[in-house]
Design a protein around this ligand. Structure first.
Ligand SMILES: *Cc1c(COP(=O)(O)O)cnc(C)c1O
Length: 450
């Protein structure tokens, strides 16, 4: 028996995989990976795959990166974990200092959690609790954008709008106010993305006007709605939103879990609108895909609303067992070192241009509605009919055909519905990008044929 098959059988006997209809594995068992190096993943039969999706958007500097490996190994021999309530440690302190330094001005406090959804929960609870501590008892709701995604725990799902993840659990969720968003895919003839942002902002202005007295915060994914099929929008929307949140007395939560750490062409997406949110949620790229860690950055103004004598019961009594884990913090510190020394954001500009060139010919493809790109995220939207942008019926699972084709050619491309995208580690080479481009073009050709 081949090594892959052996592991597949053991896997399917005991494992239940995330985001998966397990019956699909009858035809296509999961691929067991024995090692990784740079952009490459290698299975137990020795086949190699370029990790074009950064292992679910987390890996930014390649697998088994020597610099991050060294940092984690050193930390491992020093301190693996310690309770962060009443105790502290060097990596947690240093990382908080550095995050405060590199995030937008005004964010001066760092609260740790251990995954993205948990960070979103923290920001929602903190916002609500801030208003409560300030005597505003009526503020209990949140505004989010259509097509948004903020994670899959119940609070995070409540402020999301991707039906695939949300609908089933609707009876368990709190009711958010969902406002039509600035998705530039919906632009009309002659409109720019900035025009769409301004036009669509009228919905937000109206919602805030109607509900501000009962709303704690507006939560958004700056510039790219990644899980919402990589839909993108103009920074103008964030500028308008920051201003409106100030005017209406509502917090702004920037969920940069997917877009932070260089993805959009700047270290943080909010920089492109020159705005400081009241809360910024970070995870995923924070540890370059090594270990689960999340941070919520917030302002002094928020922090001070919780700071009082214990008996007044205003403290933020939220915790996770692995809050601020030292190993994860050491991976994050090594990640920030790479950003600091390697001019990453600047170098990514060439890679980003190369990604577009690698698939540019698809712009004229009869079943491609558009190629869109923001920094190191490029997406190709396949449609049944180009002029009307009629989507393929989801049941046809066209994206899945691209996925299987890519695997057979040595690439991990995992489309979202009918959207094929590249979100590779920043250590990818121009030649590897070209390879991905050819594989994607062939895959899309096959998937849209007949
Ligand atoms: C992935 C993601 C989350 C959730 O993070 P998890 O670590 O998977 O819980 C939240 N928000 C955004 C924008 C994400 O992309």
């Amino acid at each position: 028996m081949q090594e892959n098959t052996k592991w597949q059988n053991r896997d399917l006997a005991v494992l239940w995989h995330p985001c998966t209809q397990m019956k699909d594995h009858e035809a296509y068992p999961p691929i067991p990976i024995r090692r990784g190096e740079g952009v490459w993943l290698e299975d137990f039969d020795g086949r190699r795959y370029i990790d074009a999706v950064s292992s679910w958007w987390v890996n930014i500097f390649g697998h088994a990166n020597p610099r991050i490996n060294a940092a984690v190994k050193q930390q491992l021999d020093t301190l693996e974990h310690v309770i962060l309530a009443g105790f502290s440690h060097e990596p947690a302190v240093t990382l908080a200092e550095r995050l405060v330094e590199i995030t937008p001005p005004g964010l001066s406090r760092c609260f740790y959690a251990d995954n993205g959804s948990a960070a979103v929960e923290v920001s929602l609870k903190m916002s609500f609790h801030y208003w409560l501590n300030r005597g505003q008892h009526k503020k209990t709701r949140f505004i989010c954008l259509s097509n948004s995604y903020h994670g899959e725990t119940l609070g995070a799902l409540s402020v999301g709008d991707v039906a695939l993840y949300k609908e089933t659990y609707a009876p368990l969720l709190m009711e958010s106010i969902v406002v039509p968003g600035p998705d530039c895919y919906a632009r009309e003839q002659g409109e720019s993305c900035a025009d769409v942002a301004r036009r669509q902002f009228a919905h937000m202005e109206r919602a805030l006007g109607q509900h501000a007295d009962e709303v704690c915060a507006v939560i958004v994914e700056p510039l790219i709605q990644c899980a919402g099929n990589m839909r993108m929008y103009d920074p103008e929307y964030l500028r308008l939103l920051r201003d409106a949140c100030n005017r209406f007395g509502v917090h702004l939560i920037a969920d940069e879990i997917a877009v932070g750490f260089g993805r959009t062409g700047t270290l943080f997406a909010c920089e492109q609108a020159a705005v400081t949110p009241d809360f910024m949620c970070l995870s995923k790229g924070l540890t370059a895909g090594y270990l689960p860690l999340a941070a919520v950055l917030t302002t002094d103004e928020i922090y001070r609303a919780f700071y009082d004598d214990y008996e007044r019961m205003t403290a933020f009594l939220h915790s996770h067992s692995y809050t601020g884990n030292p190993l994860a913090c050491s991976a994050a510190l090594a990640t920030l070192d790479i950003f600091a020394t390697d001019n990453v954001v600047h170098r990514n500009r060439d890679l980003s241009a190369r990604m577009y060139d690698a698939v540019a010919e698809l712009a004229d493809h009869p079943h491609v509605a558009e190629i869109r790109q923001t920094g190191m995220v490029l997406a190709v939207e396949m449609v049944a009919d180009k002029p009307s942008r009629t989507p393929y019926p989801w049941q046809e699972r066209r994206g899945l055909r691209v996925y299987h084709h890519a695997l057979s050619k040595g690439a991990l491309l995992r489309p979202l519905g009918n959207v094929v995208y590249f979100m590779p580690p920043y250590v990818i080479t121009p030649e590897q990008i070209d390879t991905l481009g050819s594989i994607a073009i062939e895959g899309i050709e096959l998937a849209t044929h007949e």
